[in-house]
Write a new protein. Structure first.
Length: 227
């Protein structure tokens, strides 16, 4: 389905990351994406594929992007209440399997489809156990930080593991990139693994998952190539 989505709100999500809240025009599964179009000076006609960060339990659509100097990103960052953006969807098979424990691995803005899954599981009070390994360079770069922390308190089946790769003196959580050792630390037999983020990060994590002896048939991947 394609429709003109109206901006309901917009805010800075984290360092260099912007979230815009739109009116919702279709049903979707947690983890799916949409194709959006914004009029702008852009070599790709202002068209992008964006994961839906909101949950099917919410009556709006959330899209979150890492800002850059592209025409599309400038247009997205400038959106204000009442503006319109063309949205077509939903699409994608990177969706939550409610019947299996989930180990979610992400970096930066790759958190978007996982936020949808976690919010859905929390709102529906699912018994699905979820562990999120979320990597960022600094604490200020953690998207949906308060949202994720609130859900980890509300949902006893959700474990939040933030890891910071930069030199931050007062950080008390995990440190370093998500590697074989970290994955092995939180791995669980029979779980489904969801990996989402920039291509280089996804490739590194896939290699780490292989080295951690995780069944590759249990791994789902969504990368943000060309994003």
């Amino acid at each position: 389905m394609q429709y003109s989505a109206k901006v309901l709100d917009a805010w800075d999500e984290a360092e260099g990351i912007r979230t815009v809240k739109f009116s919702r025009g279709f049903d979707f599964l947690p983890g799916q994406f949409a194709v959006v179009r914004l009029p702008c000076d852009d070599t790709r006609a202002g068209i992008r594929t964006l994961s839906i960060a909101s949950s099917p339990t919410e009556d709006f659509l959330l899209f979150t992007t890492k800002l850059s100097d592209s025409g599309f990103k400038h247009a997205f960052a400038a959106l204000k209440k009442g503006d319109l953006m063309t949205v077509k969807g939903p699409s994608g098979n990177f969706v939550l399997d409610e019947k299996r424990e989930a180990i979610m691995i992400s970096g930066g803005v790759g958190i978007t489809p996982l936020r949808s899954m976690i919010k859905y599981a929390t709102d529906k009070s699912l018994s699905t156990k979820i562990t999120l390994l979320y990597s960022n360079r600094t604490p200020g770069g953690i998207a949906y930080r308060k949202d994720l922390e609130d859900m980890s308190k509300e949902n006893n089946n959700f474990r939040l593991v933030n890891t910071i790769t930069g030199d931050t003196a007062d950080w008390k959580g995990e440190r370093g990139r998500i590697d074989e050792n970290m994955i092995s630390k939180y791995a669980s037999s029979g779980a489904r693994y969801y990996i989402c983020g920039p291509p280089a990060m996804v490739e590194a994590v896939r290699n780490a998952v292989v080295n951690a002896k995780i069944d590759q048939g249990s791994v789902m991947v969504e990368d943000f190539e060309g994003y």
